[in-house]
Design a binder for this molecule. Structure first.
Ligand SMILES: [Zn+2]
Length: 500
């Protein structure tokens, strides 16, 4: 962690990571809130999801609503930490990032289709989608607007047999001098698009590169040299490696991407350790194999106390020392599976607004944006399913026609809307209005009953839908057989409906 956050890390030890939220206390817009990533949220006690400002005086808790704290975007509540001292923070040490206005839906759709050409779906991700229940035909349903795979990490790319898209090529020009060719700019020129068309599309930014001394290279047509100087070129980054999940708007355009990571990150929440000792738990990213290392005055370079594999999120107990008198206890904590594609922290990058997933039935999903038949369909009164998770909605929609009759589908709905997280349930309303929805079938993960915060969000959503006058039904199935509606439909679980 960088030095500028030293005081904040001392106040909230255990791990903080920069979030996408810009801290509006800093007018330059270059300071971001920090997300708990191991460190503990003082409001709910959890070690992820919630955020703290850089001076450690305000927390946005994503879980606890005490009825007084004002609600801010995406379902979080703002708490001012009374009686705690602000930590030092020098905003001048923060690198300025300029973000540009958000690009139009049409431009995002166009650029994201180009991203998919550059980063096509890898074989292991296709296998993964098939395991979830999709057929090849269903995977290819949206044609040029389907899934993709992106790997910035060369080792991972090699492991999965993925050829990463090279944003630049170093070539010998016709004048014999070396040139740096931007592949993106070349593509934009070919399509008669402006050179800066990528600006405002989350994921894209301007990479700046300095060449300090002449760079001698060799290619098929002989030796050449890249002269010293400053170079720049547009880049697309997903920040994390994995599968690209498209989010569609009501016009069948891709308006956002999430990356689904192949392996969730894991870190340890140490709940018990001997005084005066420092414990670090190292995890292998691919296998979740852990190694517990002790650092104290006798073991300055660290001493491995134990290593093994974790089993789910069960706490791990380690005893060591004379008569095993010393005890360490840690709980494995998992990072997220899905991340929004955003370049808000990069030069001329764009922040990702979080769209909702519009997953139409296959007949409508395969229509081109603004097709007459699509426009007519949007206006038709209809029933719509609601759930959480963009990929889940795509899988579930594909399976509806094999589980229900045409008559039932008229009644329950043929299309899904999904928010990326239950906290943003309010985003359903404007889309339901656009789609002229009359009846709603809610299909929440069956484990919501066990989670108070999630249950709260669902209750709020139902109340909101009632207020708006929708006819509401709840889809229910055996939670032992399936967690989400996608699995329930894929494995043919019996779905019951309850009017609410
Ligand atoms: Zn919290």
């Amino acid at each position: 962690m960088e030095d500028k956050y030293k005081a904040l890390n001392a106040k909230f030890p255990g791990g903080l990571a920069e979030s996408n939220w810009v801290d509006t206390d800093y007018p330059d817009g270059n300071v971001h809130w920090m997300r708990f990533a191991g460190a503990q949220c003082p409001i709910c006690g959890h070690t992820d999801w919630c955020c703290v400002n850089v001076t450690g005086t305000k927390v946005v808790c994503m879980r606890k609503d005490d009825g007084k704290a004002p609600e801010i975007g995406d379902g979080g509540h703002l708490y001012v930490l009374k009686g705690t001292k602000a930590v030092d923070f020098d905003s001048s040490k923060v690198k300025t990032t300029e973000t540009v206005p958000y690009a139009s839906d049409k431009i995002r759709d166009l650029l994201y289709r180009m991203v998919l050409v550059a980063n096509p779906l890898a074989a292991h991700h296709r296998t993964n989608l098939k395991k979830r229940g999709l057929t090849d035909e269903e995977i290819n349903l949206h044609r040029s607007r389907g899934f993709g795979s992106i790997y910035d990490d060369r080792n991972l790319a090699k492991k999965y047999g993925v050829k990463p898209f090279a944003p630049i090529k170093l070539v010998k020009g016709t004048d014999g001098k070396g040139k740096i060719i931007s592949q993106w700019r070349k593509l934009f020129a070919k399509l008669n698009l402006p050179d800066n068309v990528w600006q405002g599309v989350p994921g894209f930014y301007l990479k700046q590169m300095r060449v300090d001394k002449p760079l001698a290279l060799q290619s098929g047509d002989g030796k050449f040299t890249i002269e010293p100087g400053s170079y720049d070129y547009p880049m697309f980054t997903a920040n994390t490696d994995g599968m690209l999940i498209p989010y569609y708007d009501e016009e069948n355009q891709i308006v956002g991407f999430q990356t689904r990571v192949d392996h969730r990150s894991v870190y340890a929440e140490i709940t018990k350790k001997p005084q005066g000792a420092n414990i670090h738990v190292y995890f292998d990213k691919d296998t979740n194999h852990y190694r517990v290392v002790l650092y104290d005055k006798f073991n300055k370079d660290g001493k491995t106390l134990a290593e093994s594999d974790i089993h789910g999120d069960n706490p791990v107990h380690i005893n060591y020392g004379i008569n095993n008198s010393q005890e360490i206890v840690f709980k494995p904590k998992f990072g997220g599976k899905y991340f929004w594609v955003s370049s808000s922290k990069e030069y001329l990058g764009a922040s990702g607004k979080t769209p909702i997933q519009v997953s139409y039935n296959p007949k409508i999903a395969s229509l081109a944006p603004h097709d007459k038949a699509l426009e007519d369909y949007i206006k038709q009164p209809k029933a719509v399913w609601l759930t959480e998770g963009g990929l889940k909605a795509l899988v579930a929609t594909a399976k509806l026609s094999s589980c229900f009759s045409e008559e039932q589908l008229d009644d329950y709905g043929r299309d899904f809307l999904a928010v990326a997280g239950v906290g943003s349930y309010r985003k359903f309303i404007p889309m339901l209005e656009k789609l002229n929805a009359k009846r709603i079938t809610v299909a929440f993960d069956m484990d919501f009953i066990k989670n108070d915060q999630v249950a709260d969000h669902y209750r709020h959503l139902i109340n909101l839908l009632h207020e708006k006058g929708y006819q509401i039904r709840m889809a229910l199935w055996d939670p032992k057989k399936a967690k989400g509606i996608d699995d329930a439909l894929v494995n043919g679980s019996e779905i019951r409906f309850k009017e609410i």
